[in-house]
Design a protein around this ligand. Sequence first.
Ligand SMILES: Nc1ncnc2c1ncn2[C@@H]1O[C@H](COP(=O)(O)OP(=O)(O)OP(=O)(O)O)[C@@H](O)[C@H]1O
Length: 409
Amino acid sequence: MSIRFGKIEKAYVVYSRPQDRLWEWLTGRQRHRVHLALTDIDFEVSRGETFGLVGQNGAGKSTLLKIAAGTIRPTSGTVEREGRVAALLELGAGFHPEESGYDNMRFMAALHGLEGSNMDDFVSRAVDFSELADESLRRPVKTYSSGMFMRLAFAGATAIEPEVLIVDEALSVGDMHFQKKSLNRILAMREQGATILFCSHNLYQVRSLCQRAAWIHEGKIAALGETEDVVTAYEAHERRRYVHLRGGASAPSEVILTEASLPEVRMESSVPLVKFMRLVIETGEGLNPAHVSSFEDMTVEIELESFANSPFHVGLAIVRSDKDNVFGTSTQFRPQSQPLSGVGEHRVRIRFSRFSLLSGEYLWNVYVLDDSGLQVLDMAELIQPFTVLNQKNRDFGLAWLEHEWLLVQ
Ligand SMILES: Nc1ncnc2c1ncn2[C@@H]1O[C@H](COP(=O)(O)OP(=O)(O)OP(=O)(O)O)[C@@H](O)[C@H]1O
């Protein structure tokens, strides 16, 4: 066991107006309501395990992480932790703004009970990792840019060489270079056997990293177990919710697809390392034809622009309007896959011989990922709707599967 939650419940007291608190105190009459953020959370994370929390906004994930980290207490229930814990939540919250970077690192070391040469080691590890200049580290941290502040906070939080890491996905530290460096640091600690508890909306990341996961829904555990089972159940729920939001009670197949209702979703990144530029379909009918016929050969070309010499992978998925993945692939999944690299324009082609989707409306998702396949550098979702027409045979459904009828009698 590394972290054990025993029948955790967390209730927040909520006042609709700040003055209600005082009013309640003066009059003794209740002016608040109680919001139950978590109930009956009872599970444990084993040593060396990477455990993911998934769930909608406001489900209670961050509350559970804070309880795991000990920054807030549950209203009832118990939490037990084993080993040195680093909570990468609200980084830098304990910093003293007037003190220098060096002094803040010494305070952190002292909080962990380190003295003498152990303290010096801690400070030098943190300082090295932060990549901040000596001149900056001598200045009060209140003069730091937010990126510099986060870099030092991350470096300090991980310098204790934790056995348990509690990570909020909102963790985005500094620029792209430092984000990658901190992600690599987390992966390295995982390799060395650290236990990791983290929440993420990036289900690809949860699938790649976690052995087990829990889906938190309205403060309760809706599913817990093998990552694939939990994430699939959560995805199914989200899909139903999405369909409901878009078109009342209509079933996924009845969703009416219009280009206007599905705006191109692009992730904006201030300093993109690699940008997705364009996707072109080519069939016997030409480039980006009005219809793609089932069983025709088709090539999809993806154009990208790389602004740095960092290796990257490209992922492509065919999706339906209800966001169901029909098929997904990545350059990372090729045998002996090598990432792409080099500054400038890149084109990758995917050739589908006998494209065997049947009649329907489909769209594309394109992802640009770093060489670990975990950090999304750029993406475009639900782009370029295209229609497939099956005029060749009468089989029906989403895709044509290789088959033959065998008559026994
Ligand atoms: N300090 C607080 N006071 C009152 N209510 C709170 C407080 N913190 C969180 N809540 C409420 O508790 C619920 C759970 O919040 P929490 O931040 O844990 O959700 P989450 O799953 O992490 O959401 P997200 O994915 O948006 O980060 C929400 O309804 C939130 O409004």
